[in-house]
Write a protein that binds this ligand. Sequence first.
Ligand SMILES: *Cc1c(COP(=O)(O)O)cnc(C)c1O
Length: 234
Amino acid sequence: MRAEELKANLKSVEERVSAACARAGRDRSEVTLIAVSKTKPIEDLQVIYDQGIREFGENKVQELTGKIPEMAEDINWHLIGHLQRNKVKYIVDKVKLIHSVDSYRLAEEINIQAKKHGIIVPILIEVNAANEATKFGVRLEEAKQLCEEIAHLENVHIMGLMTIAPNVVVPEENRAIFHKIKDLSVDIASENIDNIDMRIISMGMTNDFEVAIEEGATHVRVGTAIFGERNYNI
Ligand SMILES: *Cc1c(COP(=O)(O)O)cnc(C)c1O
């Protein structure tokens, strides 16, 4: 049964999150598990929702806006994928947090659309910590300056940093990257810049979320370990 499989997957992920928190001497409440439901049908999301999960992550605007009306209103939706400026208007008032801001121009557009709705939109700065050519995100060395620039925008609020670590075979290989992001977060927080908060660190996926938690992640984005492998061809 699909539902039983999903429930067992979620239970196992929950146990691993708790164990990682315990190893790191952190309280379980310090880490938010985001169920990354991209490519998965509503029925799957509903099973996970029924288990009490309220944080869901999607990486495409169209898929996200299609799923929102199909699901309960108390879900917190996280946009975790690359966001094009012309699509900001479709999601700006519908998401709890935009994880993937990596340019001033994008933040500026979010600010414009947020102003239209009279809201302040929480965002994270996406950092390409390993400087991978295939990935979006600002370079580690550029993150602080981008934060300082975006801080002037009145209708966006920087809540922290996000990174997508390299796809490695052994999760331990990403420990140094996660550590760098945590250090950067502490460094930016110490500047006490107005309108910047560094309370969120979104890092860790199926392959490496335990190491990420040990290194200070506050939000882990887990897809495959909950929903199973994705099939992009359907
Ligand atoms: C797909 C995706 C995830 C989840 O990846 P898994 O390896 O399936 O857990 C996390 N973060 C982002 C940005 C993603 O696009």
